[in-house]
Each structure stands twice: as structure tokens, then as C-alpha cells.
Design a protein around this ligand. Structure first.
Ligand SMILES: [Zn+2]
Length: 553
């Protein structure tokens, strides 16, 4: 073939799972100028080869369209995932208090005295450690007497050492702020180091915040991690001007390895509710690398903190129903204003009260100004309490629920505790939703508690096997084909990107994930362990696994 039209790159001799309308499987794919040029048999594609074409022999490896994680907090949590020590049992082999202390001790030897050591633990990790408790202040003092140390376990509990408490000016006499608690030992009356809810900020705010550069490096770090799991597009919840600026700079510097659709939070954020309206910016503004994917707002709080807003009290706290952060009038008017201005709204709603408020707000905006193809999203909808009535309403309004399969994988047990089995009947009903015709995807909500890893979520959706080893709701299990589509073509649709992404078809962006094994042939519960050998973004190899030696040249 003539050099000018010959492909830049050919991947041959593989199993190409295209995720096209018929889920066609091919052997080879040709790439030119960052786009897919042709898909077919190895013989057909190799015939296109020119003198300058790079050829990669896949040796039977599986290729998927680049995966999308449609709900992450990557810019906000990236710096912490780079700079903090990681003691999450979800994510590491740390399983006991001794092991946590070992990690802290090692870090204390690494950094000069006086430097803050901040750790990231998992929510409810105390339940899962043999000691059945969190570490204590004195234990942290023993391994890091000269460093201020604190470790956050999920969003609600922080454990600090004496140095950190001292810098935060927290003593046993300190009055905890409203909605918070400073724990004192029942016998000695001394600080245990445990700070709950709003009292956590006493010590968190004593540490100097990440600098702009640290935040920017954190984004690079976290996007590279996502790339290692075949992710080529993220939908990131951004909450401030600095992260939006960092994304633009990284893209201009050629250091942004994945494509970013920004959901810009406009309430309880540094960006004001009017700002995007004032600029006249619509959803879709930007380019193939960074664009505005919508405006984000959170009606209620999180589930593990018992601040998601339910109509009935929490199972383990009969006095609480959660918290509404955006009153109905404000929600309705904000959704209406952004809907009219041509934006897509992404409304966080976890409890049933919040879910119905979100559906009501979209309903009102659409009734006042009908619009085809609005693709308004409700974040976390689809996790639980999808009654036939709600499902019918979702279909009628044509909103996109974005549930979080990792909640099922990691925290199902604690959800049971706080919500009770009745409300979790049929939870994570992925199959029911898909079969009702919803173009369903799932967001990880990572990387704060767990990494962005769609292969793990494909695995959970197919096997219904969770972190603890239990099987939950096997009747909602879906096929590998369906699960792959959730994170490829359906996620692309969710990003208004189905014409350029989400399947391996000529003309689409050449974003591809090369897996060491085929998810159709490995055991369902092992899909999460499949290594990604290579990730290609825009036709270029953006990640190559160290062990994938035979792919190197
Ligand atoms: Zn979130």
C-alpha cells in the first residue's frame, strides 16, 4: 500500500473485541493519525502495511476499546494518592494494626522529623482487622515520635498522634465542633487520637495543604495508574479553578495521558452556581482531550457517614435520616437554569429522598422546556431502591443513572449494617436496569477509597463475587459482553462520545486496551486479576506493562 495512506500502527494476531453493534470479533486493527483505519482478519490488515508501519504481534492477546471510568475524583484525590502513605486493606496487603505501624515507621525513617505523615486507610477497616479497633495515639507516637501523623479511615474517622494533635492545638479539654467528636479514653481521660466527623478537620487543617505543583503531579500519578488498568477516558468531578487550570496545562505540556470529561461542581465548590451560565459554556465545550461534561451538584451526603438522605432512618442509627445539602427550590432552579442553557446536569443522590428530589427536578425542567437527548445524569442512582416506579420514571425522563459497582464489591457488609437488608433488596440491579433498556455504565468514585479499575467492576458485575468472598445477588449477574459494553460503548454514550469512542470501528479514536488474557475465557471471578499489557491512547502506546516483554521491540 502507498506510504501516505498506509497505517502508522498495526496490531495483529489477536482477539479484537470490538463492542460494535454486533459485538464483532476480529484479529487485527490498523491505526492511522490517532484514528482507527481498519479492523479485520490478520491477513486483511497486514495487507495494508507500508514501509513505515509499526507492527505489534499480539500473540493471541485480547484488545478492548479503551475503557471509561465515568465518575472519579481524580484531581481532588490524586495528590493524596501520590503523597500519602497507603494503608487501605482494600488496596494493599495491610491487614493489622502492627502492619499499619510498620508502614508509618518506614515513612518516619524516610522523611525529616517534623514532616507531616498522612495515611489513607479504608472505611470501616477496624471491623476487618484482627484487633477489631483502630490504632491509638500512643501506638503512632511509638513509631513516629518526631513526626505529626494522622491516618484517615474513610470520610468519617481520623486517628492522630500526639505531635499532630499538638500542632492542631487539640487537648483533652478541647471542645469538639458541632457534628464532631474528640474521643477520650474511658479510664485515663486522655486523648485516644480518634477524631470523628467534623472534629477531623481540626487536625487536617493543621497540615499545610498540597501546593499547586503537588496537586498537578498528583493528577499525573493518578491518571497513569488508571492507564495501567486500560482506562483511556475519565469523567472527573472537579471542584475548583486550580484543578481545571492544571488539566489545561498538563494537556498543553503533553502530560495528560488520558482524556478527561469534567463534571464541574457548582454548589459547595469554589466555582459559583452562576459561573458557567455567565460564561455561556455548554456541555461539550473543549476538545477530544479535555471537555466540559456537565455540571455537578450533590443533593445529599455520603452513605458511610450516614448523611445520605433517606425517607426512613438508618438501620444502625434510628434517630438519623441523613442530610439534604441543597434545598428543593435551589435544586429545581439550578437544574432548570442549566438545562435551559444547554448543559447536562449530573446530580448526586444517594438516599431515596434525594433520588426523588433529583428525578423531580429533571422532570420539572423537561416539562417546562422539553429537550431531546439531554442525557442528564443522576450519580449513584441505581445502587439501590430502584423500585418499579422509579425505574419507570428513569425510562420516561430518559435520565442516565450512574451506579457504583465498587460499593457492592468493597462495602456491601457495611451497607447492610447502615441500611438494613430490606432497602438493599435487589441492590446493584445491573441486569434489571440493562434489560429495561438503560444505557448503563458504572463509576468507581475512586481513587480515594479504591483505585479506578473497570476490570474489577466488570468482574463484580459478571461474577457478583465481592471483596469478602461472598456472592451477592447472583440473579443480577450479567454476561461478559454486557459488562464490557458498560465500560466501553455505554460509557461513551454517557459522555456524548459514542460517535468517536467506545468501540473499535474505522474512524473512531484509536484508544485501546490490550489484555494479557481474554475475559471470556478466564473464570468470571478472576477477570479483575487480568493484567493490562498495553494501553494505547490516540494511536500511541501510553502504557506498556514491564512484564509484557514480547510486545517490546
Ligand atoms: Zn463521587
Amino acid at each position: 500500500m502507498h506510504a501516505a495512506i498506509a497505517p502508522d500502527l498495526i496490531l495483529t494476531n489477536g482477539r479484537i473485541l470490538t463492542s460494535d453493534a454486533d459485538n464483532t470479533e476480529a484479529e487485527a486493527v490498523a491505526v492511522k493519525m490517532g484514528r482507527i483505519l481498519a479492523v479485520g482478519s490478520s491477513r486483511e490488515i497486514m495487507a495494508l502495511r507500508g514501509s513505515a508501519t509499526q507492527v505489534l504481534d499480539l500473540r493471541g492477546r485480547t484488545v478492548l476499546p479503551g475503557l471509561t471510568d465515568p465518575h472519579v475524583h481524580l484531581a481532588d484525590d490524586g495528590a493524596a494518592s501520590l503523597h500519602n502513605i497507603d494503608v487501605r486493606d482494600f488496596n494493599t496487603n495491610v491487614r493489622s494494626i502492627d502492619h499499619i505501624l510498620e508502614v508509618v515507621r518506614a515513612q518516619a525513617r524516610e522523611v525529616p522529623p517534623g514532616t507531616w505523615i498522612v495515611g489513607t486507610g479504608s472505611p470501616m477497616q477496624d471491623f476487618r482487622m484482627p484487633e477489631k479497633r483502630f490504632p491509638r495515639r500512643e501506638e503512632l507516637d511509638l513509631v513516629a515520635p518526631d513526626h505529626p501523623v494522622y491516618i484517615g479511615f474513610g470520610a468519617h474517622v481520623t486517628i492522630a498522634n500526639s505531635k499532630a494533635l499538638e500542632l492542631a492545638k487539640v487537648t483533652k479539654e478541647t471542645q469538639a465542633p458541632g457534628g464532631g467528636a474528640i474521643e477520650l479514653d474511658a479510664i485515663t481521660g486522655e486523648l485516644t487520637g480518634k477524631l470523628v466527623e467534623r472534629a477531623q478537620y481540626l487536625v487536617k487543617s493543621a497540615k499545610p495543604p498540597f501546593t499547586y505543583e503537588e496537586m498537578k503531579e498528583g493528577i499525573v500519578f493518578a491518571t497513569k495508574r488508571a492507564l495501567r488498568r486500560g482506562v483511556t477516558t475519565i469523567h472527573d468531578v472537579v471542584t475548583n479553578n486550580e484543578t481545571i487550570r492544571a488539566y489545561q496545562e498538563l494537556a498543553a505540556e503533553g502530560r495528560l495521558p488520558v482524556r478527561v470529561s469534567m463534571m464541574i461542581r457548582i454548589i459547595e465548590a469554589k466555582v459559583t452556581p452562576e459561573s458557567m451560565l455567565n460564561l455561556g459554556l455548554k456541555t461539550g465545550f473543549g476538545n477530544d482531550w479535555i471537555r466540559i461534561g456537565g455540571v455537578k451538584m450533590s443533593i445529599d451526603g455520603g452513605i458511610t457517614g450516614r448523611v445520605a438522605a433517606f425517607s426512613q432512618p438508618y438501620a444502625d442509627d434510628p434517630c438519623r435520616c441523613g442530610l439534604i445539602r441543597i434545598p428543593r427550590e435551589e435544586l429545581d432552579s439550578t437544574v432548570d437554569a442549566y438545562h435551559r442553557a444547554g448543559n447536562r446536569v449530573c446530580i448526586h443522590a444517594i438516599g431515596d429522598t434525594a433520588m426523588d428530589m433529583a428525578l423531580d427536578a429533571v422532570d420539572k425542567a423537561l416539562t417546562a422546556n422539553p429537550r431531546e437527548d439531554h442525557r442528564h445524569r443522576i450519580e449513584h442512582l441505581g445502587n439501590w431502591m430502584i423500585t418499579p416506579e422509579r425505574l419507570a420514571r428513569i425510562r420516561k425522563l430518559d435520565v442516565l443513572p450512574v451506579p457504583n459497582v465498587p460499593f457492592l464489591h468493597y462495602i456491601h457488609d457495611s451497607l447492610m449494617e447502615c441500611m438494613g437488608p430490606e432497602r438493599l433488596e435487589g441492590a446493584f440491579g445491573v441486569r434489571t436496569m440493562l434489560e429495561s433498556g438503560i444505557k448503563l455504565t458504572s463509576g468507581s468514585d475512586g481513587p480515594g477509597y479504591w483505585p479506578a479499575d473497570p476490570l474489577r467492576d466488570i468482574c463484580t458485575s459478571v461474577s457478583r463475587k465481592i471483596w469478602s468472598g461472598a456472592t451477592v445477588g447472583p440473579e443480577e449477574a450479567i454476561s461478559v459482553e454486557q459488562a464490557l459494553r458498560m465500560f466501553t460503548i455505554n460509557a461513551a454514550y454517557n459522555g456524548f462520545d459514542e460517535r468517536i469512542k467506545g468501540s473499535i470501528e474505522p474512524g473512531k479514536l484509536a484508544d485501546l486496551a490490550v489484555l494479557a488474557e481474554n475475559p471470556f475465557t478466564v473464570e468470571a471471578e478472576k477477570i479483575k486479576d487480568i493484567p493490562v499489557d498495553m494501553t494505547i491512547v490516540d494511536g500511541k502506546v501510553a502504557f506498556m506493562h514491564e512484564q509484557a516483554v514480547d510486545l517490546h521491540h
